[in-house]
Design a protein around this ligand. Structure first.
Ligand code: GTP
Ligand code: MG
Length: 416
């Protein structure tokens, strides 16, 4: 399989899927709608109807069978297709086979599509390094000798970095060296991040999590007055951003915006984003945002829950927020059904200030319930602690005694 960067100048795509047993027609359709949106996020135009084949299993050799092979070859020629997108992760030989069937045009699997989006959207050094590591691991077994197929022209470099090396110039040993170098870079960044996180340890923290495009960043903006990126793209956000609720609350509540999830998320990618998501894992409340206007929202909700469990956040308390209700027909009935089915959830539009205020109130209430009344004694020579107390607690009373100040507070559980 050629390296994803070589698709940058291609625009005309066709989708291929193998419908396996246990996958309903509805689910198959949703999956293809999603792949189409992934393609659109990359600037690819899907020019023909998808080719869907029912099979008992994904064949390790040929992805499509004899009949569909001709159909696909015809579509590729008739629509002048540049790239075939497969709705599964496929191996190098499957890809080569499919390329042959399609007269040499490039083949890109779901993982490659997602990796390319991540590569383009990565902004911070950490995100760039994480994505590059996963890409290198993905590419290593797929490297081919030069000049074998249409997709092997040397363009773009791994990770789009200025090094000017293409995947083909880098042999596997060089790839290993580069991965080691990037891992070292990440470790250094991690130390930095840990220090920052330690400083926030005692504060009330909530994290916005959910399927990609659910509206996490939109809600983040509305809740905190920050200017995080909002875009009708999949995986617009790759970095975790942390901001306090604004207008401020006592105690201060920090909210983090995080990378979105998607089904069939490559495993390495999940692992690499674990460090980014650690931020979220330390939160005492996860605000799970769901796009209620998406036909597949229920499946998306489950995928998110599965990934959360996978990264070790299965037990963190949740606030379930169904978003984009403004886009749902007969919103009142839909909202009633959602709250009946998921008691304690909120149904909102992140675009409506009143709804955002309800989310805010729910956050404040969740943390208030978690506060315990205590007395803290702070000696006069440790008055620097005063700012920490005011940031993290509701201060009910301040008494001056000989040895220092006694604060009667409502503090988050475990506040030191
Ligand atoms: N109609 C409507 N659109 C919304 C709402 N919330 C978000 N959107 C739109 O949905 C798209 C995705 O919103 P984001 O906030 O970027 O979604 P996200 O969950 O951060 O997505 P990723 O960062 O890609 O995971 C944008 O075009 C938003 O304007 C809403 O309540 N109603
Ligand atoms: Mg976002």
């Amino acid at each position: 399989m050629p390296e994803p960067s070589s698709f940058l100048e291609k625009t005309r795509a066709v989708l291929v899927a193998v419908q396996l047993p246990g996958v309903s027609d509805e689910e198959q359709t949703e999956s293809l709608v999603e792949l189409r949106r992934l393609a659109k996020t990359l600037g690819l135009q899907v020019v023909a109807p998808a080719v869907v084949q029912r099979r008992d299993a994904l064949d390790p050799g040929a992805v499509v069978g004899a009949g569909k092979r001709d159909e696909l070859a015809q579509i590729v020629t008739a629509h002048d297709v540049d790239v075939v997108l497969v709705d599964h992760e496929i191996g190098p030989s499957q890809a080569r086979n499919l390329e042959k069937v399609c007269g040499g045009v490039d083949v890109m699997d779901r993982t490659a599509v997602i990796l390319e989006i991540f590569r383009r959207h990565a902004r911070s050094r950490a995100a760039k390094a994480q994505v590059e590591i996963v890409r290198l691991k993905y590419l290593a077994p797929r490297l081919r000798e030069q000049g074998k197929g249409k997709g092997d022209r040397q363009r773009g470099g791994i990770g789009g970095k200025g090094a000017g090396e293409s995947a083909l110039e880098l042999d596997r040993r060089k790839i290993r060296d580069r991965i080691a170098e990037l891992t070292g870079e990440l470790d250094a960044l991690d130390t930095e991040r840990r220090t920052q996180r330690a400083r926030r340890k005692d504060l009330a923290r909530a994290a916005l999590v959910g399927y990609t495009n659910a509206g996490k960043s939109t809600l983040m903006r509305a809740l905190t007055g920050s200017d995080v990126l909002v875009a009708d793209k999949l995986f617009a956000t790759l970095d975790t951003t942390v901001r306090a609720l604004d207008p401020p609350t006592r105690p201060r509540i920090l909210v983090s915006d995080t990378v979105g999830f998607i089904k069939k998320l490559p495993h390495d990618l999940v692992a690499s984003f674990k460090s980014t998501l650690d931020e979220a894992l330390e939160a005492s409340l996860l605000v799970h945002v769901v796009d209620a206007s998406d036909a597949g929202f229920e499946r998306q909700l489950h995928v998110t829950e599965e990934v959360l469990a996978e990264i070790g956040a299965g037990d963190v308390p949740r606030l379930l927020v169904f978003n984009k209700i403004d886009r749902v027909a007969d919103a009142a009935t839909a909202a009633a059904n959602l709250t009946a089915r998921w008691p304690g959830s909120l149904v909102v539009s992140a675009r409506r200030p009143d709804d955002v205020a309800r989310v805010r109130d729910a956050l404040v209430a969740a943390f208030a319930a978690d506060l315990e009344e205590r007395e803290l004694h702070v000696p006069y020579d440790q008055q620097a602690r005063r700012a920490d107390i005011f940031a993290a607690c509701q201060v009910l009373e301040e008494r001056y005694v000989d040895s220092g100040v006694i604060f009667r507070v409502r503090a988050p559980r475990g506040f030191a």
